[in-house]
Design a protein around this ligand. Structure first.
Ligand SMILES: N[C@@H](CCC(=O)N[C@@H](CS)C(=O)NCC(=O)O)C(=O)O
Length: 225
């Protein structure tokens, strides 16, 4: 049984939860981070000296950094599925995971913070528009790539789709006007048909900080872990 430390509304924890559920791994989620605390304890520092979520325990092996965790669980539990056996296909999946962290995640998470995580009366519409434009410029590159194929590493769903699938859910569900990116939209719809994406990624995250905090706290009692 794996153990995962994190909270189910955290943008770096969601991809890990989606991956382990796609892989049908048994796991226990230890609520940590945000209002659940624990990150500043000595016990947690022994698990993750970087004091962030997510962290993973598999037997007596500990790992942190969400993409490292996704690569590890896919290589150990998903050979030939999420972890492509062909080195070149796997390298392409890997490439898009790095691109997600370095290029796509930053503008989209800032857009999320400028909208959902900011009280409506404090929102800066020109900042929101410019973050939206930044996100669109980046995501156009992915849209162009997806013109040629169904998933980021080819015709099949792989680990390469996981971080970006989470980024794109936020992009499509914050309250902004978006230009048409048809291939990105088509890929998002393909992901949306996956039950584990519906369950772990496509969660209503609220429209303001109060709703967001209430939803996060409620996950303890809702059994959505
Ligand atoms: N690069 C790290 C980033 C981890 C990170 O920023 N985690 C945030 C949550 S998304 C965190 O631990 N924040 C403190 C908290 O949640 O209390 C990863 O991908 O795992």
């Amino acid at each position: 049984m794996l153990e995962i430390w994190g909270r189910p509304y955290s943008s770096n924890v969601i991809p890990v939860l989606w991956a382990v559920n796609e892989l049908r791994c048994e796991y226990r989620l230890q609520l940590a981070g945000g209002s659940f605390g624990k990150l500043n304890t000595d016990d947690y520092a022994r698990i993750n000296p970087n004091r962030m979520i997510p962290s993973l325990k598999d037997g007596n092996f500990y790992l942190w950094e969400s993409h490292a965790i996704i690569r590890y669980v896919c290589s150990r539990y998903g050979k030939g599925t999420l972890w492509p056996e062909d080195e070149k296909i796997r390298a392409i999946a890997d490439q898009w995971m790095d691109w997600s962290a370095n290029c796509a995640f930053p503008p989209v998470i800032q857009l999320f913070f400028a909208t959902v995580r900011t009280e409506p009366n404090l929102r800066d519409q020109s900042k929101i528009n410019s973050l939206r434009d930044e996100a669109v410029i980046i995501l156009k590159l992915l849209d162009e790539h997806l013109k040629k194929q169904k998933f980021v590493a080819g015709d099949y769903f792989t680990m390469g789709d996981i971080p970006l699938g989470c980024v794109v859910y936020r992009y499509f569900n914050v309250d902004v006007i978006r230009p048409k990116l048809p291939h990105l939209q088509g890929w998002y719809e393909r992901l949306s048909r996956r039950p584990e994406y519906q369950k772990h990624v496509m969660r209503f995250f609220g429209t303001n900080p109060t709703e967001w905090h209430q939803l996060e706290k409620a996950c303890r009692s809702e059994g959505i872990l």
